[in-house]
Design a protein around this ligand. Structure first.
Ligand SMILES: *[C@@H]1O[C@H](CO)[C@@H](O)[C@H](O)[C@H]1NC(C)=O
Ligand SMILES: *[C@@H]1O[C@H](CO)[C@@H](O)[C@H](O)[C@H]1NC(C)=O
Length: 305
């Protein structure tokens, strides 16, 4: 009442325009409801961990007819709903039923935080906590900025290669860190040879056995694809190769085995030609031998007769 009275008094005086504005703002804020407190900044948590999405209010709210709604904004999903004094599991998205934990006993303290378990990469995004109490409501936004992870995988455990052929050794990185900030080392494990090193956005090879024979696919690196191209395979290339990825304290790896060093089509062609050539040479030898044998028989016959 006093606020309204002051507001009308000020309206009569044009010089008090600015304070009018302030009063209107105050009135609007009161009508809008209460202020919810979220986190002090965006959240970052490790993959598979549990993270608490904070949402609380300082003033005391009536617990009666209180409703708390946790939603994901993109894609629009109901993560958790508290209504009529209980959690409404049936209305929340299936995926969150086991993973979203609401602290019902904390409501009386004005704490509406939500714990999200077994954090996944897809959980990155914006969440809104909306609370309705009698005629008022409040809202706060919580952002999961990154799900910390460094996962390295290869689509093939082993590949067969033929001598002289070019092969691709697969290595994919899934991380919250941009590929350009990663360090990737391709090694041949048994001999502990550094085949290739990717560092500061550049790939180098210093081992004389592999220099000029290995490369990454530059167009694939932004996608986290650090697959290695190994050209004109040699028999000694057989073995286990490790793709090791480093980022700060994190590191992960995947291995690919190069096996079955057969011969390529061109090698087989050459082999067939050799056999054919040696075959004809053998035939020629036989003919000469047979002829000389026949002559021998002929001579023997001459002598005996
Ligand atoms: C709300 O409750 C959760 C779970 O007990 C706790 O981690 C968090 O610190 C609480 N927040 C406040 C503001 O009390
Ligand atoms: C990575 O790039 C190579 C070369 O283009 C391709 O053969 C391979 O399938 C790619 N791997 C993935 C997981 O996309």
């Amino acid at each position: 009442m006093t606020i309204c009275f002051a507001y009308f008094c000020n309206m009569l005086d044009p010089k008090m325009y600015l304070s009018n504005f302030v009063f209107i703002s105050v009135l609007l804020m009161i009508a809008d409801g209460f202020t919810l407190r979220g986190p002090s900044g965006p959240l970052v948590a490790p993959l598979g961990s549990s993270v608490v999405l904070p949402c609380s209010v300082d003033e005391l709210l009536s617990v009666e007819s209180l409703e708390v709604e946790w939603r994901r904004t993109d894609p629009e999903t109901l993560v958790h709903l508290y209504q009529d004094g209980e959690s409404r599991a049936e209305s929340q998205q299936q995926d969150y039923q086991d993973r979203a934990h609401f602290f019902t006993d904390q409501i009386q303290h004005g704490n509406f935080s939500l714990r999200l378990d077994n954090l996944r990469a897809e959980d990155k995004g914006e969440y809104t906590c909306r609370v309705y109490s009698q005629q008022e409501s409040g809202e706060t936004v919580v952002q999961i900025k990154d799900v910390e992870r460094l996962l390295v995988s290869s689509s093939d455990r082993s590949i067969s290669a033929s001598v002289g052929e070019d092969v691709t050794l697969n290595c994919s990185v899934d991380s919250h860190i941009p590929p350009g900030d990663l360090e990737v080392s391709w090694k041949k494990t048994v001999e502990d040879i550094q085949v290739l090193l990717y560092q500061d956005n550049e790939a180098h090879s210093s081992n004389e056995r592999y220099i000029d024979r290995v490369e990454l696919f530059p167009a694939e690196i932004p996608k986290g694809n650090f697959s290695l191209r190994l050209k004109s395979v040699r028999t000694e290339d057989k073995g286990v190769y490790m793709c090791q990825v480093f980022a700060g304290d994190l590191s992960a790896n995947a291995t690919v085995t190069v096996e079955q060093m057969g011969f390529s089509v061109s090698h087989i062609m050459v082999l067939i030609l050799c056999i054919a050539a040696s075959g004809s040479a053998l035939l020629l030898c036989c003919l000469i031998y047979c002829r000389s044998q026949n002559e021998g028989v002929f001579l023997k016959l001459c002598f005996t007769s």
